[in-house]
Ligand binder design. Sequence first.
Ligand code: FAD
Length: 329
Amino acid sequence: MPQDKYDCIIIGAASAGLTAALYLARQSAETLVISKDIGGQALLTDDIENYPGFTQISGFELMNKFQQQAAAYGAKFVYDEVTEARKLEDGSFSVKVRDQEYRSTALILAFGKTPRNLDVPGEEMFRGRGVSYCAVCDGPLYKKMPIAVVGIGDHVMQAAVYLSGLASKLYVVYKGSRINPDDELYQQLMEKENVEFLVNYSVEKIEGEMTVKTVSVKGNSKDNPESRDLEVEGLFIEMGYVARTDFVKDLVELTKNNEIITDKLGHTSQEGVFAAGDVTDIPYKQAVISAGQGSAAALSAYNYIQKKLGKTAVKSDWKSVKVEQKTTQ
Ligand SMILES: Cc1cc2nc3c(=O)[nH]c(=O)nc-3n(C[C@H](O)[C@H](O)[C@H](O)COP(=O)(O)OP(=O)(O)OC[C@H]3O[C@@H](n4cnc5c(N)ncnc54)[C@H](O)[C@@H]3O)c2cc1C
């Protein structure tokens, strides 16, 4: 059975979704945020130095502040994964999580990006049992243990630098054919005794019992078709991030990279559906940009709701709204 109907449902609770929630809640719109977690990608860094107002802050702390502020103005939260979002005949929206359905007048899609899978046998089975997509979050679980990290570009290099300070032995399975020898991170890693690079290798399969025990790798070139079994306790997958927009592909127009197409006010191709943040086709992926887009999408969504009610639109959010401040800003 569907739950109560909200003015707006926001999917995703990170920079974009939490800012949108703050703006809508400040206009007294009934706002529900449904998200797998609070903070999204920002949780993966301990060190944000370019969010205005904070010289240095961890992603966790920054996102906590965002959430507390939105909650203080009345935004509600449900922690779950959205699997379906569709428009109903009366123009409202239905949003489904595993065993629950929620309804709203407007919908904001702010579900960002998620790590790209490796798509090899064993990945699914050992996810959370040795296979991780977040070096900063899970790295400390593997202190003084042999582990591997696989990926390409800056993603894998940054993760490897961090993991090399924890692991007894770190295999860096680099999927590209060549690493720039002047790369600063590469140079740092080359100086470490516990790091072994396998350049132009791919992971073939992941095996174990309860947890990961072996990662089988193979050389990618004809000159080096070597296969090796790495005896490790964990594998970190650092293949970059993708927009998982499959469940909204029939609702809104997407780019060929599966990003949601929006105009500068956050409108999508579907009336009543707005989008913000890394999940959209804006090329710059940054916390402050997601937050800015979140506020624009929220004001657009609010005006859409107002129009439906035959009421006046707003252009900004400058009014003072008295709430019992529960935040620790
Ligand atoms: C390691 C790292 C370091 C970074 N450092 C910086 C930095 O220093 N400065 C900076 O400005 N930016 C930084 N970024 C980028 C910044 O984190 C992102 O641009 C920002 O988090 C995007 O916010 P977002 O709200 O658009 O989406 P995301 O952060 O991707 O969050 C999406 C949210 O949606 C939820 N979600 C996803 N799918 C579903 C679903 N189906 N159902 C329910 N919920 C769902 C997720 O759980 C998450 O809460 C960094 C990113 C990474 C990975």
